[in-house]
Structures are given as structure tokens and as C-alpha cells.
Ligand binder design. Structure first.
Ligand SMILES: NC(=O)c1ccc[n+]([C@@H]2O[C@H](COP(=O)([O-])OP(=O)(O)OC[C@H]3O[C@@H](n4cnc5c(N)ncnc54)[C@H](O)[C@@H]3O)[C@@H](O)[C@H]2O)c1
Length: 249
């Protein structure tokens, strides 16, 4: 495979693993992250293994930043084959009645507005090209509630809604849009949970059940991203793919 892939949240667990696997599959990778240090590290790893790529610092919730990373990808490589619309954050465990409105807004800004803005800018390019594959990162929290995570749950349900809406609008335009729903993945996001509980002094009544007895490795999620990026998934659009080790059973 060749072509160009934009990955948001490329400095983190799933985004970094997907960036590396997309590079190994032959894509030039435009690695986007809020965090310059970790984003540049991802590009370094890609270059070290003989791949090609560049880093763009951006906040996915800001329209001008999203415009910039899309433009920089086009200026550098002239096309966007794949867009892994992945950056996202987790909320603090909290009952709805105690949830700060500002935390709710933050969650919506990054997890929903960020995904929407990415779709808006990249779909325009892909529609013009007549081809492209977009993979949004939802979550099993997009399919059912995660206890004490109302804002996160709502944000990931919205990602699934946006995925289906985008898929149907572009279904005959050569652009496919799918979403992945990881369960628990061993990344900084899940590693922050014990500290979050300590800080808030609150523990949810229920935890997600890792039926396989472990979290996923980010690379196990990245395999699905590469599949959805490739023509091997040519008849898939609007699909919501669960990769959760049986968590939602
Ligand atoms: N880890 C899990 O168990 C799990 C499960 C289901 C879904 N997810 C989703 O997977 C995605 C990636 O999560 P992860 O586990 O790799 O987390 P992570 O924290 O390791 O990585 C997320 C990356 O996104 C970046 N980021 C955060 N806000 C940003 C912003 N506004 N603009 C640009 N970049 C930003 C961070 O700097 C970080 O590098 C998220 O959407 C998350 O909700 C994770």
C-alpha cells in the first residue's frame, strides 16, 4: 500500500501504534498531536524504521488548527488517503450530579467537536479526490454506558452518530467512514485511572470487565485500523467495529 495517512493523537498509545503500523504498511504519516514531545517521538520512530512522515502540533478542538494540519498534509504530499480521527480524552469519574459543567464542555470539545472538525476538513479533500478511508475512534462507551463516565459515554455515542452520518453522506463518493470501539487498552489514558480515583476520592460502583484478563496492547487495536485503512475493507462503511476482548458480551 502507499498513500498518505493523517493520525490525530499520534503521540499517544493507540495513535502511536497505528502511526507505526500504517507506516509499516507503506503510508506516509502526518502525525498530529497537542503534545509536541510525544508527537515528534512518534515521527522519530517512523523515520528510524525507514518510513516517511511529519509532525504537526495541533489542538483538534480548534478549527484553525484542524485547517492547518489538513493543509500541511496536502502541501507536503498532495493527497489524503487515510484519516485516523483518534485524539480523545477521558473524564474524571463522577456521578452526573457532581460532574463539573466545564469538564462536560471539555469532553465535548475534544471528543466530539474535534472529531467533527476533522471530518469537516478532511471529507472536503477526500470528496474532491473521490477516494479515502476515515476511521474514527469511538469506544465501547459509545455503545453502552460506562459507570460514572456520563460525559465520556455521551461523547463516544456522538462519535458513532457522526460516523454513521458521514458514511451515509459519502457512500457513493468513494469515501468510507468507519469507527472502532476499543474496550480497555493499556495506554496513558487507562494508566491515569488509579490516580484519578485517588485525587477525586471517588470510586465507581462498577468497573468494565476485562474478560480476557488483561487490557489490549495498542498494537492490537492498530491492526484493525490498518485493515479499515486498506482496500481489504472495501465493502465496509458506517461499520462500528468492536475490538474489546469480550468486554461488551
Ligand atoms: N485506552 C483505552 O482503554 C481506550 C478505550 C476506548 C477508546 N479509547 C480512545 O482511544 C483514543 C486514543 O486514546 P489512548 O488510549 O491512546 O490515549 P492516550 O492518552 O495515550 O493518547 C491520546 C493522545 O491524544 C492527544 N490529545 C489529547 N487531546 C488532544 C487535542 N485536543 N488535540 C490534539 N491531540 C490531543 C494526547 O496528547 C495523546 O497523545 C481516544 O479517543 C480514547 O477515547 C481508548
Amino acid at each position: 500500500m502507499d498513500g498518505v495517512a493523517i493520525v490525530t493523537g499520534a503521540g499517544g498509545g493507540i495513535g502511536r501504534a497505528a502511526s507505526i503500523k500504517l507506516s509499516q504498511a507503506g503510508f506516509k504519516v502526518v502525525a498530529v498531536d497537542f503534545n509536541t514531545m510525544t508527537g515528534e517521538e512518534t515521527v522519530k520512530l517512523i523515520l528510524e524504521q525507514g518510513g516517511e512522515g511529519m509532525f504537526v502540533q495541533a489542538d483538534v478542538s480548534k478549527e484553525e488548527d484542524v485547517e492547518r494540519y489538513t493543509k500541511m498534509a496536502m502541501d507536503a504530499y498532495g493527497r489524503i488517503d487515510v484519516f485516523f480521527n483518534n485524539a480523545g480524552i477521558l473524564q474524571k469519574f463522577s456521578l452526573i450530579e457532581d460532574l463539573d459543567t466545564s469538564d462536560f464542555d471539555r469532553m465535548m470539545n475534544v471528543n466530539v467537536r474535534g472529531v467533527f472538525l476533522g471530518l469537516k476538513k478532511v471529507l472536503k479533500v477526500m470528496n474532491g479526490q473521490g477516494f479515502g478511508s476515515i476511521i474514527n475512534t469511538a469506544s465501547t462507551a459509545g455503545l453502552r454506558a460506562e459507570h460514572s463516565m456520563a460525559a465520556y459515554t455521551a461523547s463516544k455515542h456522538a462519535v458513532i452518530g457522526l460516523t454513521k452520518a458521514a458514511a451515509i453522506e459519502y457512500v457513493r463518493k468513494g469515501v468510507r467512514v468507519n469507527a472502532i470501539c476499543p474496550g480497555g487498552v493499556d495506554t496513558a489514558l487507562t494508566q491515569s485511572v488509579p490516580m484519578m480515583m485517588q485525587e477525586s476520592g471517588y470510586t465507581p460502583e462498577e468497573f468494565p470487565n476485562m474478560r480476557l484478563g488483561r487490557f489490549a496492547e495498542p498494537s492490537e487495536i492498530a491492526e484493525m485500523v490498518v485493515f479499515l485503512a486498506s482496500d481489504k475493507s472495501s465493502y465496509m462503511t458506517g461499520s462500528i467495529i468492536v475490538v474489546d476482548g469480550g468486554l461488551t458480551l
